[in-house]
Structure formats: C-alpha cells, structure tokens
Design a protein around this ligand. Structure first.
Ligand code: ZN
Length: 196
C-alpha cells in the first residue's frame, strides 16, 4: 500500500494502475481505464466543509497544472472523481468567467434547443467525439462557501456543466456520442476543424 493510500483510504482506487493510464496526459487526473470514473459520487455533506475545502484545493491544483500546460481558449472543467475524490464537486474555468465552484449540482431546467459539438475530457485528453446536448441549463448548486445558488448558463459553459454532472454519475462523454461515430484522435479533429 502506498503512503497516499494509507493517508486517504477512502479515495484509493483499487483498480487504478500505477502506470500512466489510457491516453490521459495530466499527472494526477485519472485516465479512461480507471474504474473509479464509472462510480457515482457522493453528495458533499454540509458538515464536511473541511473535506470540501481540501478537495477544492486539490481540484484547483490539478486544473491549474492542466492550464499551465495548455492554452485553453474556452471553458474547461474537472470533477473531483477525476482526481480520485468521489464527491459531487467540480471546478469549471473559462477566460471570461474565471473559476466556478459547483457542489451537489442539480439541473432544474434544460433548454429545448440542443446543439451537437465535439467534446473532449481531461481524462481522455487527446480524443474528441460529437455529443448532442441542450444549449442552456438552469443549475442549482452550492458554491465554494456552501451558499445555495441558482443560475442559468448557456453555450459552451452549459455543455461543460452537463459533462461534469455526467462524471458525478459515472458517465463519460463517449457514452453520449452520436451512434456510429468513432472517437477521433485530436490530430484528425484539428485537420477537420481547420478545413471547415
Ligand atoms: Zn470529462
């Protein structure tokens, strides 16, 4: 058993490999081979503020590392389960919004209109796949201070939020891809996008 596993036995993924996993290229972020990514996460308890604070810190650290490595031009997100913490928390970042902390999120309304976009994931970073999702959501959640918030989101942020909520239920974007469409390596996607 590793030192980390002894310190945090609850968060140990018994199926995690010690080798680099799948196509994930971010240290500390689980790759698609981890069975933990298929687990449902637990709600954050209101009495668990300290645990939540530690988890926010770890999420910020992991997301900042990814941002230091890549120049993200649009909204990105990371769920706690992706760093081995099975709590319903996610950290979302976009250039114009900065950080958005969401805990125990619940979508209370979806827009009727949907859009199809290529998605990717920090756990399957070099792959893309087309997913249809509602273009807007109304979200009820707890923020970093455990305040109850209800707020509407649209566009790419709404998509990233839905993607993060899926992670909390053990669902990957590959499960929602359009039927018959293969996962596309990033190189092919970039060529296709440049030609569009
Ligand atoms: Zn993801």
């Amino acid at each position: 058993m590793t030192k980390l596993a002894m310190a945090q036995p609850r968060f140990k993924d018994p199926n995690a490999s010690s080798k680099p996993m799948g196509c994930s290229i971010h240290p500390g972020i689980l790759g698609p081979d981890s069975r933990l990514l298929r687990q449902k996460s637990w709600p954050v308890a209101l009495s668990g503020r300290r645990q939540a604070e530690e988890s926010w810190e770890k999420l910020e650290q992991a997301l900042n590392q990814a941002r230091a490595k890549h120049d993200f031009r649009s909204c990105i997100g990371l769920s706690a389960i992706q760093i081995g913490i099975p709590l319903r928390m996610a950290l979302i970042w976009s250039p114009n919004m900065g950080y958005l902390h969401i805990a125990n999120p619940e979508i209370v309304e979806y827009s009727a209109q949907t859009a199809i976009e290529h998605e990717n994931c920090l756990s399957l970073f070099d792959m893309r796949g087309r997913v249809a999702r509602p273009i807007g959501v109304a979200l009820r959640y707890l923020d970093q201070d455990f305040s109850k918030i209800e707020r509407s989101f649209s566009g790419w942020t709404a998509r990233v939020i839905q993607h993060q909520l899926d992670h909390m239920d053990g669902i990957l974007f590959t499960d929602r891809m359009l039927a018959g469409e293969p996962l596309m390596p990033y190189g092919d996607y970039a060529v296709q996008k440049a030609a569009a």
